[in-house]
Design a protein around this ligand. Sequence first.
Ligand code: APR
Length: 232
Amino acid sequence: MTRIVVLTGAGISAESGVPTFRGPDGLWEGHRIEDVATPDAYEADPGTVLAFYDARRRALASVAPNAAHRALARLEDAIGPELLVVTQNVDDLHERAGTGNLVHMHGELRRALCGWCGARPAWDGDLIDRPPCPECGERMLRPDVVWFGEMPYDLDRIERAVVACDVFASIGTSGAVYPAAAYAALAASFGARTVELNLEPSDALVPFDDARAGPATELVPAWVEEMLAVCT
Ligand code: APR
């Protein structure tokens, strides 16, 4: 039995056409990250922030999972809950590819978060018009995405899986944001083998046992084939 934790970031969705956060111009879809992804930005200018995420949510309709998302779903088909995928992405491409054992640690575009009652309803429409919360009726819905300075979701579950895994793979993430950036080092300190699959080597806290550079749609299917040979 090989327990695997896969951490994914924006790089796994890049070839599906979802822009990464830290592109060469340092902007996210033309915005500085701090202008659209902090509680202060939302308080100062909720309209801009809501419109920004409404556009991101609508854009999901025109993208599709790629070979890397599908390969991870194949791995889960083969080994079941021994694989946990932890994604920092707020898109829904892992679930559309068929991954079920999935944690969205930075939230999901396709959910809203009620600032009044804390409900997290599934949400596919816009939020800019301040629709009522389906639970409490208050008009305080915001995107259910974790902004800088806020607590990511499911940290206990993630950390339990990270310290117990045999293989930890980091895919398409720059390693710039904590706590996700610390998970590879944590897994290694508990004896896991660590692998990085990224377009370029990231600024890792501790070197990966195996660091492979290239596009996710090539590297991930090849790595999954290797895992299937070992695990099944
Ligand atoms: N295949 C593999 N890796 C890729 C590809 C690709 N086709 N394209 C880009 N990458 C790599 C980049 O080299 C970079 O290292 O993906 C990484 C993307 O890094 P970021 O844009 O920083 O995204 P991520 O690591 O997911 O950001 C973490 O930051 O803004 C916050 O909450 C947001 O979840 C996000 C978090």
